[in-house]
Design a protein around this ligand. Structure first.
Ligand code: NI
Length: 193
């Protein structure tokens, strides 16, 4: 079945606009909103079925990205870019993790995440949970998520496409800009490690 191009373009444009809006919210001028309030505790299940919390990723700089495996475009592109940046980090990035938090837990079971993430860098960890657990993580990271019904009776998810850089104490440092060569993004990330 051919996918109509225009709605997809509109959807992608919408995600870009959301990301810009999110950056504006997350990186406020003159400290109106404290960025230290971005991020926080979570309790989720990884792609191997193991229960994990934010404490499992503390101690070193890591990335966080919200998405879903049925995402037609933005998520696979971003996961590929994250993998390219991790590769460009070289030895410094050996233990650097990127958390892919599933915002569609209905379909994104640990097994679905495991299959999906096999196509990407092995340092990307898939996390999912009950709808309440996922909602709590989304809230703590001030992410935007919305379920949108599609014409065929199915649904898709609109979501923040921001890549969060979190420090070793799970504090938000910055959003990682991926619209540049991976070496440049890696150089900036290395300075935050
Ligand atoms: Ni997506």
């Amino acid at each position: 079945m051919r996918r109509p191009i225009l709605p997809i373009l509109a959807f992608v444009a919408g995600l870009v606009a959301l990301s810009v809006a999110a950056v504006m919210v997350l990186v406020p001028k003159a400290g109106e909103v404290s960025v230290s309030s971005v991020g926080g505790p979570f309790s989720l299940t990884d792609q191997d079925g193991k229960r994990v919390t934010e404490r499992d990723f503390a101690g070193r700089t890591h990335l966080v990205f919200f998405g879903f495996t049925h995402c037609p475009d933005v998520c696979p592109t971003t996961l590929q870019q994250i993998g390219d940046v991790l590769a460009a980090l070289g030895p410094k990035g050996t233990d650097t993790k990127a958390l892919f938090i599933a915002i569609d837990p209905e379909r994104d079971t640990p097994a679905a995440l495991k299959t999906y993430l096999a196509s990407f860098d092995s340092r990307i960890v898939g996390l999912t949970g009950t709808p309440d657990e996922v909602a709590a993580a989304v809230r703590n990271y001030r992410a935007y998520v919305r379920k949108v019904p599609t014409k065929d009776g199915d649904y898709t998810m609109e979501h923040t496409a921001l890549v969060y850089v979190m420090d070793g104490k799970n504090r938000f440092i910055n959003a990682l800009n991926l619209t540049r060569p991976p070496e440049e993004a890696a150089a900036e990330l290395a300075r935050m490690m």
